[in-house]
Each structure stands twice: as C-alpha cells, then as structure tokens.
Design a protein around this ligand. Structure first.
Ligand code: ZN
Length: 457
C-alpha cells in the first residue's frame, strides 16, 4: 500500500464512520460452512467411477448410435439422466431432471439432421425473490477422435470432457442436499465437438425466454494435472474470462464502459474475480488463474454461446494441456500412447476443480443478486466519488458494499460498507483514480459480485 492510499483511507475513515474494513470475522459463517461442507463432499472416487462409466460407452460421438443400451451417445445420456435422477431421489426430489431435446439441421459436421439432447438438472432456489436468478454449470458429454466425423471408432473422451461431466454430476449430488437462495442448473451439454450445438440451443432459449442467467461456468478439459513434458501441476486451474465482447456494432452501454476505462470490468470479468476470491478461500491449495481471453487459440467451448447471448460466462480448464490425449485416435506410435484415456486423468485434481466450482456457485447462490442501475455521478468536477444504484428486492439484503482498486490492478483492493442506502459518497477518493464496483450484502454477510457503474450526469 502506498502512502497516498493510506492517507486516503485514513481520511475516508475519519470522514465517514460507516466505512469499514473489507471483511468481518464471523459475518459469513453459516454460508461459508455450508459451502465448505458441500465442497468437501465432492468425491474423487465418484469422479473416477463416472469417467470410467462414460468411457465404457465406447464412443459418445454426436452422430453415433443413439439406440443401443451399451454403446454410443444415447446410452451415455440415459445413464447421465439416471444419475441425476438418483441424486434427486436421495434429496427428496428437489432436483428436476429434464432432457432438453432438439433437432440440429444439417451443417459442417453433421450431414444429416441429428437429434441433440442436453441432460439438465435444476435445483430451484429456496428464496422466492432469488428463485428466478440462475447459475449454470456445464460439462459436455459428447466425444470425438482425430476425424471429427468418425462416429464409430472408440472415442473415450475421458478428459474431454467426461472430466467436466463428472465434476458437474458431483456438484449436483452434493449441492442438491442443501438449500440455496438462487437456482442452480447443472447441465451435461451435447454436441460440443460438432459445433457447440447443445449450448447454443440452451443459451438462445434462455435469452428468448428472458431467463435471468446471472452466471455460467463451463468445465471442459479439467482432467489432467500432467503437462506434455511430464510436469505435474495439481494446484492451478485456468479460468478464461472475456473482457469486452467482440461485436461490430457497439451498443451505448459498451461504449460507455470503453470511454471510462471499464474494459476489464465486463460481467464475465466480475464473475471471474468473484470465483477466484471466493473459491481460493474455500479450497486451500488451489489457485484460480484468470486468463483475460475468451478461450485458447484454435479452440472453443460451451461458454461462448452464453457470452454471445449476453450472459456472464467463463471457462475452467486444466493448466497444461497434453494434446496427444485430446481429439486423438486411440493408438501407440513409437512407444507413445495417443488417445483421451482414463489412465491420463488425475481424479483428485478433478475433484479439486469441482470444489472450486462448488465454492463459487454456492457463494453466488447464497448471495443477493448483483445490484442493478449502478451509476457513478459525473455532474460536476469533484474529488469525491458518489455512486447510486437501485435497491435489491430480496428481504434479507442488509446493505451494499463499495469496492475499488487502482485502475491497473486485477482484483478489488478496498471496500467500504455503505449501509442500506442507494446512494453513497466516498469522500476524497477520486473517481478519476480508481475503478469502482457496487455489491449487495445480505444479513449473513454473503456478498454479490460487483457491478461496474455507468457514468451519470
Ligand atoms: Zn471439450
């Protein structure tokens, strides 16, 4: 902390007694205990069993046999459905399992129309005011080999992406035993490898129906801790988070973010900050490496259609990929094994990534919604900062928190409790020098992600 910030902080504290330290020792006890317990219950054994089961269907190629009970995409999705249903039974039927089914018209990687089915398990939020707000977590259950059109060869897809599906199943199992204010949607997506069919369909449907998708995480290739040169890293996960969306026609809202230096404060980046800070507190030993990029080069994922639909969406992926074990025919060449096999997976690591997800999703679903209509007043030249927002609807909202950071810093550095108001001034903290956000806080201390303010004259 430089002297200037210390001085500003001291001045601010003297000037406004309601300014407080960022965290209170016991403020989130109930919430954090519930989240930590759920995360702990994620089992590497169950993850291993799921991956081996999914691999046992031979191929899960989108164009593979959908009628066999033992091989192909149909058997795989019926098994995933039965797993979700089993967890639902164990928790008194609170998990609603549906098959989101549609026909994908012929395209580049499907010469004939093909039936595509997302397997969806929904855990409704327990707070009426938060129930419409949903957080979506996905993995994709289809698989492929070297030739993306080969629907008959063995395509184990253990890492890509049985690992993601296994983590999502475990999250559904442990989280459905508990109550969360907002709704959680666990999806085994279909048709990812043929062109993001399942996620495109679901994200468009959500947009058309006006669903409040407040955040989405896709888990794709979270299965291995070993890089292609043999190094082990089981302590990091990459979190790909886009900044401003790549659009030709820039809407006013986006233009105002660009004009005010808000390029690092898209809703996806705020979501990524939230995931990193909450998950690292709950899952010791794991570090979330935010990557300021939609995805890796030459690759895509199920978060993309969500981003394109205007939702905050991010992607989790292992730190060091080994491309000999992805999208490859299973074979041995010069003593080197190719193919996406369970033997290259690290089930303990996948469980850790699952815990990172569960920690973040739990914190999101217990917290109030992020505030709306967040503005920063720019009526006159002043060295104070005044923020305004609209009051949240949840009955347990206790107040709001202002967060800020240097414009060159990635994560929030400071916070102040604003109390239960919709306008707050930080005296002698200049809006010209920092980036600001507003969060909602409930009576148990659960804090929402931050919202970047639009300038208001
Ligand atoms: Zn994948």
């Amino acid at each position: 902390m430089n002297m200037r910030i210390i001085w500003l902080s001291v001045y601010a504290m003297l000037a406004a007694t309601s300014l407080a330290a960022p965290e209170k020792a016991d403020s989130t006890q109930r919430g954090s205990a519930q989240i930590a317990q759920a995360a702990r219950e994620i089992s590497p054994k169950n993850i291993e069993a799921t991956i081996r089961k999914l691999v046992s269907f031979g191929t899960r190629h989108t164009l593979s046999d959908a009628t066999s009970e033992t091989r192909g995409i149909g058997a795989a999705r019926r098994w995933i459905q039965s797993e979700f249903e089993r967890y639902g039974k164990e928790t008194g039927g609170r998990l609603e399992v549906t098959m989101d089914e549609f026909t994908e018209p012929p395209g580049e990687r499907n010469p004939e129309p093909v039936q595509v089915v997302n397997v969806v398990a929904t855990l409704r939020g327990s707070q009426p005011e938060s129930r419409e707000r949903m957080y979506v977590v996905t993995g994709h259950y289809d698989s492929r080999v070297t030739d993306p059109m080969n629907a008959t060869a063995d395509a184990p897809g253990a890492n890509d992406d049985a690992s993601g599906v296994a983590a999502v199943l475990e999250m559904a199992r442990v989280m459905s035993k508990r109550e969360w204010d907002a709704t959680l949607v666990f999806i085994a997506m279909a048709g990812e490898e043929q062109g993001l069919f399942g996620s495109t369909h679901w994200a468009r449907m959500a947009k058309e129906k006006g669903w409040n998708v407040a955040g989405m995480i896709t888990n794709d290739i979270i299965g291995s801790s070993r890089s292609d040169d043999g190094r082990i890293d089981n302590k990091h996960v990459r979190l790909f988070a886009e900044g401003l969306p790549p659009v030709r026609d820039v809407p006013d809202e986006l233009l105002s973010m660009i004009k005010t230096g808000g390029e690092n404060d898209s809703s996806a980046r705020e979501l990524a900050r939230f995931i990193k800070t909450t998950a690292e507190k709950t899952v010791p030993g794991m570090t979330v490496n935010i990557v300021y990029r939609r995805d890796r080069y030459l690759r895509g994922g199920d978060h993309s259609p969500f981003l394109d639909a205007g939702f905050a969406a991010v992607r989790m992926t292992e730190p060091n990929e080994d491309f000999r074990h992805q999208h490859q025919d299973v074979r041995t060449e010069d003593g080197v094994k190719f193919g996406d096999l369970p033997e290259f997976c690290d089930f303990d690591y996948i469980a850790q990534v699952g815990r990172v997800n569960a920690a973040a999703l739990g914190a999101l679903a217990l917290a109030p919604a992020a505030p709306t209509h967040v503005k920063i007043e720019t009526k006159e030249l002043t060295n104070d900062t005044t923020l305004t927002w609209r009051a949240n609807e949840e009955p347990d909202v206790a107040g709001y928190q202002i967060v800020w950071r240097e414009t060159t810093e990635p994560l929030w550095e400071k916070s102040a409790d604003a109390g239960d108001v919709t306008r707050f001034t930080l005296p002698k903290i200049s809006k010209d020098n920092y980036l600001f956000g507003v969060c909602a806080v409930d009576s148990e201390g659960n804090v929402s992600p931050a919202v970047y303010p639009a300038p208001a004259r």
